[in-house]
Design a protein around this ligand. Structure first.
Ligand code: NAD
Length: 489
């Protein structure tokens, strides 16, 4: 099988590496491709080409730059189904989930088309007699994204369209587990007529990432992935004087009050915990019931978990696909066992399922663990699989304290019919994304994809205005014209 090429300096190039990994369909275990672990010399070539393209690209008017994004949007729409199928094949999620992912990628392209306005500065006349001050935003130079496996079509687009619309040149390093989607998207980016060097694609894993982090010409790094790697990327990039924004892992609590619509809560929390096989940084991991919510919620969520149709995402009617690798499956099943040994009760056990026709696939069925002890490893560890832990407390104050006791701060949600409870929750819970009667509080493209505490390292997040600020340098100019107008002379 021919390995996937990189895209460097406006051309598809075979990597010179001798190291490759297989890309597997996690439902069928069919080998879909071979990904190169590109060398530091290839990263250097891509970065130098991006640096060479920068002066011309930054001088191209923003209105001209976004014409490429309009063309890209049309190409993404024309290839919508093909992209969604590619995501399902390499990543395992259902076709409906993959379509949602491509839609959000397109939304980000659309939002970045507002850069001629979003990037504007401001001016004050006469800050002193005859003297004006203004702020302008300028692009940084070569920027890069390092992406995780779980949203191969969407996550690079939290950054890429904004970076290039603002006049930067850009390098993408997709996850080595799912490189096919970005390969297809790079073909579409090429079709949008971007000048060579404006966007490059370099495949690889940890060593390729470190070569990007250590390259002196890279000015900014956007990362999305697990917390230990986010911490590593943030430390190494900033030590080299780069800007960095690093989105990390999560362990998201969902609180259910007794006055919630239980049927709706059960279905929404089920979709959140088990959708994308739980491999979502905004997946519900812990459901915390308050008082009398315990009995009803436990009943509805148990029925939901047991009733979900699990299978290959390309087959009709499937509600949940496999997890990404055999190692992930083993890890998740190990953590379910650990939960039981720590005192949780396994209400629905998803370990070792047999999915007819896909017996070799990496499947774990939805799992519900009841009465997870708050101090246990199961309560603290990101499982990143279709496993929901239940905890039960007496008051909303206990629930807020529990939500704030974990290390992460990606998302927290509340189910209630009380406005006062909702206000208290959003005011007191320390998480970047808050949902009220929402199970996956995923910000649309015009809002920052937030995150706090151990779920995010940096200041400005991906998407929307935050991305425009991240990918531009503010410059303040103070001018005197002519000198007679300022009273001093
Ligand atoms: P990962 O951390 O294993 O990999 C992410 C990227 O880092 C990949 O491109 C990989 O090649 C690279 N990488 C891995 N190990 C490295 C190392 N030692 N040095 C340098 N680079 C390295 O994450 P993953 O398994 O692909 O994705 C799942 C994780 O991502 C979960 O923890 C999930 O919560 C998180 N995630 C977070 C968000 C968010 O917005 N906060 C969104 C999606 C996923």
């Amino acid at each position: 099988m021919t390995p996937l090429p990189n895209y460097i300096d406006g051309a598809w190039r075979t990597s010179a590496t001798s190291e490759f990994l297989d890309v597997l369909n996690p439902a069928t275990t069919e080998i879909l491709g071979k990904v190169p672990l590109s060398t530091a010399a290839e990263v250097d070539e891509a970065v130098r080409s991006a640096a060479a393209a920068f002066p011309g690209w930054r001088r191209t008017p923003a209105l001209e730059r976004i014409q490429h994004l309009f063309r890209l949007k049309a190409l993404l729409e024309d290839n919508f189904e093909d992209l969604a199928r590619t995501i399902t094949m390499e990543c395992g999620k259902t076709l409906a989930e993959s379509r949602g992912e491509v839609r959000r990628a397109i939304e980000n392209v659309e939002t970045a088309c507002g850069v001629p306005v979003l990037m504007q500065g401001y001016l004050s006349e006469d800050i002193a007699p005859g003297i004006d001050a203004f702020m302008i935003r300028q692009p940084l130079g070569v920027c890069a994204v390092i992406a995780p496996f779980n949203f191969p079509g969407m996550i690079p687009f939290w950054f890429l369209p904004y970076a290039i619309a603002c006049g930067n040149t850009f390098l993408v390093k997709p996850s080595e587990k799912v490189p096919l989607t970005m390969h297809r998207m790079m073909q579409l980016l090429e079709g949008s007529g971007l000048p060579k060097g404006v966007v490059s694609l370099v495949n690889g894993a940890g060593d390729t990432v470190d070569a990007i982090l250590d390259h002196p010409l890279v000015r900014a790094v956007s990362f999305v992935g697990s917390t230990p790697v986010a911490r590593h990327v943030y430390a190494r990039a900033t030590a080299g004087g780069k800007r960095a924004q690093c989105h990390g892992g999560a362990k998201n609590p969902i609180v259910i009050l007794p006055d919630a619509d239980m049927e709706m809560a059960g279905q929404i929390v089920g979709d959140s915990a088990f959708g994308c096989a739980g491999q979502r940084c905004l997946a519900a991991s812990l459901a915390v019931t308050v008082g009398e919510a315990r009995r009803m919620f436990t009943e509805v969520i148990t029925a939901d978990a047991a009733g979900r149709k699990v299978g290959y995402g390309l087959d009709g009617g499937v509600q949940m696909g496999p997890v990404i690798t055999a190692q992930s499956k083993a890890r998740i099943e190990g953590l379910i066992g650990k939960g039981a040994s720590e005192g949780a009760k396994v209400l629905v056990d998803g370990r070792g399922p047999r999915i007819p026709g896909y017996e070799r696939g990496f499947f774990v069925r939805p799992t519900v663990l009841d009465s997870v002890p708050p101090a246990s490893e199961t309560a603290r560890t990101e499982i990143f699989g279709p496993v929901l832990g239940l905890m039960h407390v007496d008051t909303i104050d206990d629930a807020v304290a529990l939500a704030n006791s974990g290390a992460y701060g990606n998302m927290a949600c509340l189910f209630t019919s009380s406005g006062a409870a909702a206000r208290k929750f959003r005011n007191e819970v320390e998480a970047g994304n808050i949902g009220v009667n929402i199970g996956v509080a995923a910000p649309v493209a015009a809002f920052p994809f937030s995150g706090a505490r151990q779920s995010f390292f940096g200041d400005l997040h991906g998407q929307g205005r935050d991305a425009v600020e991240f990918f531009t340098q503010e410059k303040v100019v103070i001018e005197r014209w002519p000198k007679e107008w300022s009273r001093k002379f």
